[in-house]
Design a protein around this ligand. Structure first.
Ligand code: A2P
Length: 408
């Protein structure tokens, strides 16, 4: 008689060398199996049910790592939190057939998880992105070509437009992609700082057309989410950079938050603060291509505390009204009621309803986490007002890569 087989597990792990700590996986996991500390993002083997919901949204692919282990010897959360790199595959002393039989078909087909509100695929006509050309082990050195403040000098919001030049090294990007910055120096534990992720604010042909450069929109972090004073490591480093300074960059990242390229495709862009970066990239792409076919509608909902704290306010005002339809929402203008992007969207329900019905419309949401639920609620209400059943439409928008959410 055969002895009972030891239970074998294909353990889900995150590669700490590639992970950019963007929190997407933790937010996506429907069973709260992913957690983190200041060092690593890790997967709890006792909770992970292999639903794969976290895999497509990960911008770097660091989430897609697996090790075959005996269940009793699975790597604990505590152990994973100390790692600087993934362990090598262990020899289990079982032959391959036994392992396959014991491990069984654990990994499920990736479902269209209801827990995920946004699309996990790009629009059908998006260009093909390059990802992970540069990693922690082989970053590229860019040079600062410019660093300008894009919010009024008299305000607390110190937001900068930073241009990075890659010289003659390739760094191909598409609008909606992001990159990672490796700040110099070490953290409180003496380890190199983790990479910080920033959306690219320039279109694919460069901040300056024909030059090999990209721009970022960076807000200097001086307080945490509770308003307590903190000094953001990467944002302060970036905002203080001078022209000519070298910067270590990894990436590019992101294969889904991409724009459609087909004629007559419409973009509805909803953002707050520095969430405007990918919207600026897409808008500028369309502006440069005006008259060349990609002539759908552009609608932008942009929220900030005040007009003075809204990045790029001046340049946005100069865009032709027949090119882009912009609604601002200011929440802290003295003497005026608080207004969020959701309020501005409700005012434009008639136009949004028409766009919701059009299969050529793609929706992009980027900015504060809190606005995600509010924006989805407005879209649902607008759908209902236009006799559209929201639940199937929401699924369709996700399936067709037409609703993209990037919130933090
Ligand atoms: P608030 O005045 O309530 O903070 P920030 O400057 O912090 O990046 O914020 C950008 C804008 O987003 C601000 O106007 C802020 O308003 C607004 N905001 C905050 N929470 C939400 C939310 N849940 N939905 C939409 N906008 C929000």
């Amino acid at each position: 008689m055969n002895a009972p087989l030891p239970e074998v597990l294909k353990q889900h792990l995150i590669d700490p060398e590639i992970c950019i700590r963007c929190n997407t996986c933790e937010e996506t996991c429907p069973v709260d199996a992913i957690t983190h500390d200041s060092n690593n993002y890790v997967v709890d083997a006792s909770k992970c049910n292999f639903c794969m919901a976290c895999v497509p949204p990960c911008p770097t692919g660091s989430i897609d790592n697996w090790r075959t282990v005996l269940r009793l010897e699975a790597y604990s959360v505590e152990e994973q939190l100390t790692w600087n790199e993934l362990p090598a595959e262990k020899a289990l002393g079982l032959n391959v057939e036994t392992l396959a039989e014991a491990a069984g078909p654990q990994v499920q087909e990736s479902p269209l998880s209801d827990a995920v509100n946004g699309a996990q695929v790009p629009p059908w006509s998006a260009s093909h992105p390059y990802v992970n050309l540069y990693t922690h082990k082989n970053p590229v050195t860019a040079t600062v070509a410019g660093n300008y403040r894009v919010t009024d000098a008299g305000t607390d919001s110190d937001t900068h437009h930073i241009v990075l030049d890659f010289g003659n090294l390739p760094f191909p990007v598409l609008e909606g992609q992001s990159l990672g910055i490796l700040p110099p120096g070490v953290d409180a534990n003496g380890r190199p700082h983790h990479a910080r992720q920033y959306s690219i604010a320039s279109p694919r042909d460069g901040e300056r057309p024909g030059y090999n450069n990209v721009s970022l929109t960076v807000k200097r972090v001086t307080a945490d989410y509770q308003g307590r004073p903190v000094r953001g490591v990467a944002s302060n480093y970036l905002c203080d950079l001078k022209k000519g300074d070298p910067v270590q960059v990894i990436g590019p990242f992101g294969a889904t938050f991409l724009m459609p390229n087909h004629a007559g495709s419409h973009l509805v862009m909803i953002c707050t603060g520095t969430g405007s970066a990918p919207m600026r990239a897409m808008t500028e792409r369309r502006r440069r291509r005006r008259g060349q076919g990609e002539s759908g509608k552009l609608m932008l909902f942009f929220g900030a505390r005040t007009q003075q704290e809204l990045p790029y306010f001046g340049p946005l005002m100069n865009l032709p009204k027949d090119f882009i339809d912009i609604s601002f929402a200011f929440s802290r203008t003295p003497g005026l009621p608080k207004r969020y992007v959701q309020d501005a969207m409700r005012e434009r329900a008639a136009d949004l309803g028409k766009l919701l019905k059009d299969p050529n419309t793609c929706f992009y949401v980027c900015g504060l986490k809190g606005m995600e639920a509010g924006v989805l609620e407005v879209l649902r209400d607008v759908a209902v007002q236009h006799d559209i059943d929201w639940a199937p439409l929401h699924q369709q928008l996700k399936r067709e890569g037409r609703l993209h959410l990037e919130t933090y």
